[in-house]
Design a protein around this ligand. Structure first.
Ligand SMILES: Cc1ncc(COP(=O)(O)O)c(C=O)c1O
Length: 315
């Protein structure tokens, strides 16, 4: 993908991630970012390659970001920073819990600072802490929650091209419509995917499943971030107008029976999902695949949440 040439990037994952059929069902395919190959970073491997590439290019010796105690992103960032020899400072709204993510971040040597800032204002707190560290002479690179910056979203712009190539190699025509279902947290992944879809002109109908915020709050942010990605690549943001993107509400509590049914069906095909991101997206993908075809569901990882699903379905 030409426009990415010259953009600094670290290499953490194994790409392309596989695109598997869901059993014998050719209408439902799974994009296996759970197999991205960098610890349990899953989909977050993609933005981290560009964010850490830029941090290194700018000569940073420290990265600052933040998230809730359960954030997969903060754990993945801590590991990436450790691998690149950078310090990692994380702001976590209190009380900080001893989650797998926090344990992984600490294992990687990150400094975990408990803050009273609510999640919605964490990005401002990250910018302030980064400015303070820079004023102390520590070259600091701030990263918004979830990696939701244009640089981070570049990772999923590449992924749109990756998926398009895989579908073509499976015999799809470049014009065949495909519905792509992806869980949405910070919005970095779907925004990048949208920008990449516009860039390569793929006929993807993108359906986001928002797990933490109302769709009406997420949609404008996603379009704005996608526009920033295209500008960054010197492409025309008006190409977004022809893209088909929608965000559904994935915040409703899951019925234990749905959880059990989907988790069992997936486990029998060698797939494990969490209940925060994975299961809500699967439920939507399942429904869409029964109505229209074909559907690709993006398996974004979330391995730290799998034990919770196992405990819930066996309660
Ligand atoms: C497993 C998993 N899936 C999906 C997402 C959502 O990605 P984004 O924050 O880019 O919307 C996250 C975010 O942390 C995640 O950890």
């Amino acid at each position: 993908m030409k426009p990415m040439e010259g953009i600094p990037r670290c290499s953490f994952g194994h790409f392309p991630t596989p695109l598997h059929c869901f059993g014998d069902d050719r209408t439902l395919r799974v994009k296996r970012d759970d197999l991205a190959g960098f610890a349990w970073a899953g989909n977050k491997t993609r933005p981290l390659e560009f964010l850490m590439g830029e941090a290194r290019e700018q000569g940073a010796s420290c990265v600052v970001s933040g998230g809730m105690s359960t954030s997969n992103f903060i754990a993945a960032l801590a590991l990436a920073a450790c691998r690149e020899g950078l310090r990692c400072h994380l702001l976590v709204p209190g009380p900080v819990e001893a989650t797998t993510s926090i344990r992984m971040a600490r294992l990687a040597g990150a400094r975990v600072e408990e803050v009273s800032t609510p999640r919605e204002h964490l990005d401002e707190a990250i910018a302030i802490r980064a400015a303070e560290l820079s004023a102390e002479g520590i070259a600091t690179y701030p990263i918004p929650r979830g990696g939701a910056a244009a640089t981070g979203a570049l990772g999923f712009a590449v992924a749109a091209h990756e998926l398009q190539q895989q579908l073509i190699s499976l015999g799809s025509s470049i014009a065949d419509p495909v519905t792509v279902v992806i869980p949405v947290g910070s919005g970095a992944s779907i925004a990048g995917l949208l920008a990449g879809t516009a860039l390569v002109g793929a006929p993807f109908r993108i359906v986001g499943v928002s797990v933490s915020r109302a769709p009406d709050d997420v949609e404008p942010m996603v379009t704005r971030l996608a526009g920033m990605v295209l500008s960054r690549l010197g492409a025309d943001a008006s190409s977004l107008e022809s893209c088909d993107v929608s965000v559904l509400d994935g915040r409703r509590p899951l019925e234990r029976e749905d959880m059990r049914r989907v988790a069992t069906a997936l486990a029998c095909r060698g797939l494990l999902v969490d209940d925060h991101y994975g299961l809500p997206a699967w439920l939507v993908a399942e429904e869409l695949a029964s109505e229209q075809e074909p559907v690709v569901v993006w398996h974004t990882g979330g391995m730290a949440g799998v034990p919770h699903v196992l405990a819930e379905v066996q309660r």
